[in-house]
Design a protein around this ligand. Structure first.
Ligand code: HEC
Length: 385
């Protein structure tokens, strides 16, 4: 597979840096609450990674894996302790979402039955590779960071691309984003087109659900503008930025001991959050953010909350009652709680895939009328950002 370079955009910052600094008024206050996400004091050990589907949270560390459903410890799998990373990606069997962990040998393991991890490298066509990262691109696409390559799986085939030696990979909105020394490459899965951005000192880059690319160095945060150039969003007072993640509809970053949230054209930051200054961030489909630092895991929520649309939920609530509640109440037989607006928001991608597109939900033998399916389709369209 050849690699087409369709455009190289240089870093341009049109306005003066002053307005993007704290002193220049670029930062407004952010209030977060630390979320007590499990009542269980499980022996998590030194935590290396977390993957969160909204219903299920898998915490991987040097004591093995712990699996939580609705905050309760459901299972522990102590057999592997060399975890490097974790993600929620489309399954190799074309199911909407698998929790996967990647170990020190670069093998991919899938959380089977919410209980034990199984090596599924060969099922993705990656048996001979050392996988260094896995990310969801949206829809049925999963992306993998390999040595000097990346690969995109669509449930049937795996396409490989030769790339720069990326240090980090992220995915979203149908694209893969690789971060290399001083450069960011954005691969569009649809046609393999690549857009390259030059950004000296770049550490992290992510695509948000509005298709904008966010990138950070240790000093500054950038976002693509209307002409697809990276422009300065926030210039920190010191080399203190250390994390950037898209979580639900939110773009979170870490700045020294503080948590930051992008809010339109400026940023909000906490005062006194006391994060470890080398913490990394991990996403949650709920919009919360996971903070991993010094082996410990914590979870935060913006107190102003996600922009919630209860009017939209009221349109699907009757369909839920008619066609889903039998199996999707909080303690229902499916194990997946869809009884609240928040749960629908957190499961939006899976609801779109299973109910609107693949039509594999409700299961065979359980009717969903065309009119009701249209209501769900309209809900997906109206709540997608
Ligand atoms: C007869 C029981 C039943 C009914 C009715 C039902 N579901 Fe499900 N659903 C399940 C089971 C069991 C699973 C888990 C197994 C699977 O993924 O197929 C599931 C899985 C799902 C998933 C995938 C979640 C994930 O984490 O990947 C979604 C989304 C979903 N259901 C939505 C719905 C919606 C929306 C309705 C109503 C329109 C509905 N279901 C009706 C039993 C049901």
């Amino acid at each position: 597979m050849t690699r087409a370079l369709i455009g190289a955009a240089l870093l341009v910052s049109a306005c003066s840096a002053g307005v993007h600094t704290r002193a220049g008024g670029a930062v407004s206050p952010l209030v977060v609450q630390r979320v007590d996400w499990t009542g269980v004091k499980a022996p998590l050990g030194n935590v290396r990674a977390v993957a969160d589907t909204g219903n299920v949270v898998a915490v991987l560390g040097d004591q093995g894996a712990s699996v939580f459903t609705a905050g309760a410890l459901a299972n522990r799998d102590p057999r592997k302790a060399d975890w490097l990373s974790a993600a929620v990606i489309p399954g190799a069997d074309r199911s909407a979402r698998w929790i996967v962990g990647i170990d020190a040998q670069g093998r991919i393991h899938y959380l089977h039955n919410q209980s034990v991890f199984e090596d599924v490298s060969s099922r993705y066509g990656l048996a001979g590779d050392r996988v260094r990262g896995a990310v969801p691109l949206g829809g049925a696409l999963a992306g993998f960071l390999l040595e000097g390559q990346l690969a995109i799986a669509n449930g049937q085939t795996l396409t490989r691309y030769r790339t720069l030696p990326f240090a980090e990979l992220s995915g979203g909105d149908g694209s893969l984003v690789g971060v290399a020394n001083g450069a960011i490459d954005v691969f569009r899965a649809r046609d393999g087109a690549v857009t390259e951005y030059r950004l000296p000192g770049v550490l992290h880059a992510v695509v948000a659900s509005d298709s904008r690319l966010y990138a950070s160095t240790s000093r500054a945060l950038y976002v693509t503008n209307r002409s697809s150039e990276l422009s300065l969003l926030y210039l920190a007072d010191a080399d203190s930025l250390h994390g950037l993640v898209v979580s639900g509809g939110h773009v979170w970053f870490a700045d020294g001991g503080e948590l930051g949230l992008v809010d339109g054209d400026h940023v909000k930051e906490t005062t006194g959050a006391l994060l470890p200054v080398d913490a990394t961030l991990a996403p949650s489909p709920t919009g919360d953010v996971w903070v991993l630092g010094r082996g410990a895991l914590s979870r935060y929520r913006s107190a102003s909350g996600a922009p919630r649309d209860d009017a939209a939920w009221m349109t699907v609530a009757p369909v839920f009652a008619r066609a889903c509640a039998r199996c999707h109440l909080a303690d229902g037989i499916s194990g997946i709680d869809l009884s609240t607006a928040t749960a629908w928001d957190a499961n939006r991608a899976a609801i779109r895939d299973r109910v609107v597109e693949a039509k594999t939900m409700p299961p065979r033998g359980n009717a969903l009328g065309d009119a009701d399916r249209d209501v769900v389709r309209a809900w997906v369209a109206s709540t997608e950002k």
